[in-house]
Design a protein around this ligand. Structure first.
Ligand code: BEZ
Ligand code: MG
Length: 580
């Protein structure tokens, strides 16, 4: 029997989950080259941009200003409350957050329809926000809004094709760095010696801490070893947040040399760290390897430094593992300290995505083995100071992965999530499957979402559910896609196949996901008619993927649903043959 308090608490938790889905910013269509963003989309974007403090522009986040003006303290739930008082506190907090959100939305509407003065006075009246605090925010929004209204991508492309000069612009996520506007410029990357930036290192502390707290809460101890995926573009966008998270887990900080280049590492003393140093296996993408060569060296240096600190085993898992491997397996210390892996020089990707997409596999473990075959090349510098530049090190990788208890990747943009592209499951899914066989245990799989100031850690299964609700099954998302006709249907099918990728690599997809996908896109007659008129190839692939999910044991479908799907796929085959 659950008590009324527990019931109330559960209802409020559900309510929080609903809010999370409702408030999640999603792309509502594809970017059309040369076309400025539409009005509704622009308002959503501006609201999101205004929710962050922007120290570089001297502005604060609107939700923070509104909460302060109303005298509310949002998002600070005291620990250790009884369910009854917790549910009270949660209810108050939810109501406060909704109120803040409504006031911010109204101010953005005013800004959109009547300009800065109207928005400033709306906030003053509704939430006592001083004009001198809100005006700089709207001045910034006005500049961004103008840039969003125009688009010179086609003109820039034509100029580029004529060999003319194209102005440079930073590569980043629009919400994180609006300076990427206007688009249609020559995207420049980053100075790898500036990575991680001081801001990235500061932000990463909170994420690494929350990640470890989550594992601790679920397993009653810290993970002794974790496997991380690091991508190049992500670390460009965030100036190295992923890199900084790896350094925090190891318990070290980057130090700049006399030329202000981050080339050194120093340990954070254990008294300050107040937790063990986690062993970290890093697989970096081919793009990361190419763009961040000094950073690859920095990460390798960090592992070697930590392995050689004179500290107790229970507070330094890297040292404990290296010593144990050298002692018990008579292993060369250089091999025992290898933790940074990537593709062979000149190679990119894991190919796990291609194997899944083409259904070219029988046993799941093949997917993990393929990941290791592609990614088992070591990078760094050995103890004699010789550069290791993509030396095949399968045994070292197998051994390092055999200890891994949790795998992890950071997500830093709202534009691309774990079901939008096949790269998340090829990397995070691929490595998790490789760990499962080598450690003889499925690792805990986590993603962080550093889109907002308040970074969130979610398990893979939670993230799949959230993405499914917020995107794949959300009419706002799929109708946005369907406006693009042929390509839109391909995007929907892509989401379903990428979701399937999480079944294949991590069994992280609930049955209801496939059931609802079938109901929404295939068993709904009107919808199926639209899909097959717009793009029968993708409609066929989508139904085929659902049948594959059932066939491989990832979906316990009802027999009558299966019969319907089989009938539909054969009629799609007839249609395609007719088309061909
Ligand atoms: C990268 O930026 O490293 C990356 C981009 C796309 C797929 C995989 C990796
Ligand atoms: Mg299942």
């Amino acid at each position: 029997m659950t008590s009324p308090e527990e019931r109330d608490l559960r209802v409020l938790q559900l309510y929080e989950q609903l809010l999370e889905i409702e408030q999640r910013l999603i792309p509502t269509g594809l970017h059309v080259f040369g076309r400025p963003s539409q009005a509704g989309e622009r308002a959503d974007m501006l609201k999101m941009i205004a929710s962050f403090a922007r120290p570089e522009a001297g502005t604060r986040g609107l939700p923070e200003l509104v909460a302060e003006g109303l005298g509310l303290v949002c998002d600070q739930r005291p620990a250790g409350l009884s369910p009854a008082s917790l549910s009270n506190a949660t209810e108050v907090e939810i109501r406060n957050r909704e109120r803040v959100d409504e006031i911010v939305s109204e101010a953005i509407r005013q800004f959109d329809s009547s300009g800065i003065d109207a928005a400033v006075s709306a906030l003053e009246q509704n939430a006592n926000v001083p004009a001198d605090e809100s005006r700089p925010v709207f001045t910034l929004l006005e500049k961004i809004s103008k840039q969003l209204e125009t688009n010179s991508e086609i003109d820039a492309l034509m100029r580029a094709l004529r060999g003319e000069y194209i102005e440079p612009g930073p590569g980043a996520d629009i919400v994180q760095n609006p300076a990427i506007l206007p688009t249609g410029r020559n995207t420049h990357a980053i100075n790898p010696y500036a990575v991680p930036s001081a801001l990235a290192f500061a932000r990463a502390e909170n994420v690494a801490q929350k990640l470890l707290e989550r594992y601790l809460a679920e397993h009653n101890r810290y993970p002794r070893s974790m496997a991380l995926v690091l991508w190049g573009l992500d670390n460009i966008k965030t100036q190295g947040e992923g890199v900084a998270q790896a350094l925090w887990l190891l318990g070290v900080r980057p130090v700049s040399d006399a030329l202000n280049r981050v080339t050194r590492i120093e340990p954070i003393p254990l008294e300050q760290l107040r937790r063990p140093r986690i062993d970290v296996v890093m697989t970096v993408s081919g793009i990361f390897r190419d763009l961040f060569s000094p950073t690859v060296q920095l990460l390798d240096k960090a592992v070697r430094l930590v392995a050689q600190l004179d500290e107790p085993d229970e507070l330094n898992y890297v040292r404990a593992h290296v010593m144990e491997q050298v002692r018990d397996e008579n292993c060369d210390p250089d091999e025992a300290m290898t933790r940074v892996f990537s593709n062979a020089p000149g190679n990119y990707g894991t190919n796990v995505n291609f194997m899944v997409m083409d259904s070219q596999w029988e046993r799941e473990e093949t997917l993990g083995d393929l990941f290791v075959t592609r990614k088992c090349f070591a990078y760094g510098r050995d103890s004699k100071g010789r550069t290791i530049e993509g030396v095949e090190a399968r045994t070292a990788m197998d051994r390092a992965l055999a200890r891994v208890e949790a795998t992890y990747q950071n997500i830093d943009t709202f534009e691309i999530g774990i079901t939008d592209v096949d790269h998340y499951f090829e990397y995070l899914g691929g490595i998790s499957k490789a760990v499962e066989k080598r450690a003889r245990n499925r690792p805990a799989i986590y993603l962080s979402d550093t889109l907002s100031n308040d970074a969130k850690i979610r398990s893979l299964a939670e993230t799949v559910r959230l993405e499914t609700r917020a995107k794949t099954l959300n009419p706002k998302w799929y109708e946005g896609m369907l406006k693009h006709g042929f390509r839109g249907v391909a995007e929907i099918e892509g989401h379903v196949s990428n979701t399937f990728g999480w079944s294949a690599t991590a069994d992280a997809v609930d049955d209801w996901v496939y059931t609802e996908v079938a109901k929404t896109f295939v068993l709904d007659e009107a919808m199926l008619k639209r899909l097959r008129a717009l793009n029968p190839h993708s409609a066929h692939a989508l139904v085929g993927r659902l049948l594959e999910a059932q066939g491989r044991g990832y979906w316990d479908a009802q027999p009558e649903v299966l019969d319907q799907l089989r009938e539909i796929i054969s009629s799609l085959e007839d249609q395609l043959e007719g088309v061909a």
